[in-house]
Design a protein around this ligand. Structure first.
Ligand code: HEM
Length: 454
């Protein structure tokens, strides 16, 4: 600082000390404010990595819309076309996740809800459990919606923990609430964290102890999570979150999708007559009737289309977790800076078709009906697509085809959830078939047990 200025500052300080400190304080806080504003500026309002300004779509309407919230910028994708362009075709640049300090950090004890590696061959538990579900439908038809969750959960339970599910309704509800509250999050994160943790422990500890005692059957936790060579060795909490995440992710999604299918059965009976005709054609009728198996799925194109249409007609995910750009992206005149998050606006994207309000499986009969992710974004997309979408698809096909085979639904004219429906066996011969099959598969007792626990 030149000496004249310094002398002038000292003189001013000597003459007006109070004013001097006031001015210094104002300057200090102005700089602090500027620095904080810059730091917390939404990603989309900063300069891009390449030094150019961002060019973002206007909101709120159109194929894309921008939302700045805190330091984040989200681009909502509102049409099949832009989802396909940005999430699928440019997937290598849009497959990062935004750090979510609350949902993944606090609630999941430090990012433990991550991708899971799993052994395959899940067909057998699914076959047994869906037979059990049909028997439960027969034994307790009014509680049809509970059978969906128990079915979905018991398949995953068998795979993840190696044992048949013998949980009470209360225990199942606690687990279901973990995911419902987690997804709907997250005002009370600390309380939620403890609640999640406690429920997980109740499920985890007995299963883990059996593995450690050498008395557990083969399972995902036995063979993978608690195997001596994995990264989970000596980290019990990590292993627990990985195992329980699998159970959560696999149960509630399938339950909701099945509920939607039942809802569609009430609203659009003609689509369901077609589905039944298809299953009848493939699996026979009356005396020679049998339950559909996974081997039949290639011949059940309409059922495949129906699973896709259910997820489109009533999406179970309203948005998907954002896919964050790892580098600046030029797209159709826009310049998206690295760090913006792309969100599939599912309700709008699912309506991006002719007569979207109609449940119309035929719209998917285009040669791609057996690929559930072709043209449907409910499982996300690109390299982040749901790791178990094929598994989920088979669970849906299996159950839809079996339900259509055997049950007739009838609306009791109420929309309150769980909306009441009347479930009847389509034909007495099928009722006998279900009981016989459940007995032969050794799950009839489980079905009765489940009924008693309801
Ligand atoms: C109708 C059924 C299902 C739907 C609609 C669904 C949908 C999704 C979606 C939208 C994502 C995020 C994808 C993205 O970011 O683009 C996801 C991730 C995931 N899903 Fe599914 N899912 C279903 C069933 C399942 C099942 C049955 C399992 C396990 C058995 C499962 C395991 C997972 C896991 C572990 C992830 C996290 C992947 C990651 O960390 O990136 N999902 N799912």
């Amino acid at each position: 600082m030149p000496s004249e200025i310094r002398e002038a500052v000292f003189a001013f300080h000597g003459d007006h000390p109070l004013l001097f400190y006031l001015i210094v304080t104002v300057i200090f806080f102005s700089f602090l404010l500027l620095a904080l504003t810059e730091y917390f500026k939404p990603v989309g309002k900063r300069r891009c990595k390449d030094g150019k300004p961002a060019v973002l779509p206007p909101g709120p309407y159109g194929e894309m819309a921008t939302l700045h919230l805190g330091s984040k910028t989200w681009i909502f994708l509102n049409s099949n076309r832009v989802v396909s362009e940005l999430i699928a075709k440019r997937g290598s640049a849009t497959n990062q996740r935004t750090p979510m300090p609350v949902s993944s950090g606090i609630i999941s004890h430090g990012d433990r809800r991550s991708v899971l590696m799993m052994q395959e061959d899940w067909a057998e538990p699914r076959r047994l459990k869906s037979t059990q579900m049909l028997a439960e439908y027969l034994l307790k038809p009014k509680l049809w919606y509970r059978h969906h969750y128990r079915y979905a959960n018991s398949v995953i339970h068998r795979i993840a923990l190696g044992e048949r599910l013998a949980k009470s309704t209360k225990e199942l509800e606690d687990m279901q609430n973990c995911v419902i509250i987690f997804v709907g999050n997250i005002g009370h994160s600390i309380r939620l964290e403890q609640c999640n943790y406690d429920v997980y422990r109740e499920w985890w500890v007995p299963a883990r102890d059996k593995v450690l005692a050498g008395t557990a059957p083969p399972s995902f936790i036995c063979n993978t999570l608690l195997h001596g060579d994995t990264k989970y060795t000596d980290n019990d909490v990590d292993a627990m979150y990985a195992g329980m995440q699998l159970i959560e992710a696999g149960s509630d999604t399938t339950r909701e999708a099945l509920n939607v299918i039942v809802m569609a059965a009430l609203e659009y009976p003609e689509a369901f007559h077609k589905a039944r005709a298809e299953v009848d054609r493939v699996c026979g009728t009356d005396a020679d009737a049998r339950l559909p198996t996974l081997a039949d799925m290639d011949n059940l194109g309409y059922i495949c289309a129906m699973a896709k249409e259910g997820l489109r007609w009533h999406p179970i995910f309203v948005t998907t977790p954002d896919h964050t750009a790892s580098k600046d992206i030029d797209f159709e005149g826009y310049h998206f800076p690295a760090g913006v998050g792309f969100i599939i606006n599912q309700n709008v994207v699912c309506d991006d078709c002719e007569s979207p309000e109609k449940f119309y499986p035929e719209r998917w009969m285009n040669g791609h009906e057996s690929d559930i992710t072709h043209g449907l974004w409910q499982f996300g997309g690109g390299r982040r697509v749901c790791v178990k979408y094929r598994f989920a698809q088979r669970s849906l096909l299996f159950t839809i085809s079996r339900l259509r085979r055997l049950l007739t639904t009838l609306n009791l004219k109420s929309t309150n959830e769980p909306f009441p429906i009347k479930v009847t066996v389509h034909n007495q011969h099928y009722g006998k078939l279900i009981i016989e099959q459940a007995e032969r598969a050794g799950v009839l007792e489980d079905a009765k047990l489940a009924r008693d626990k309801l």
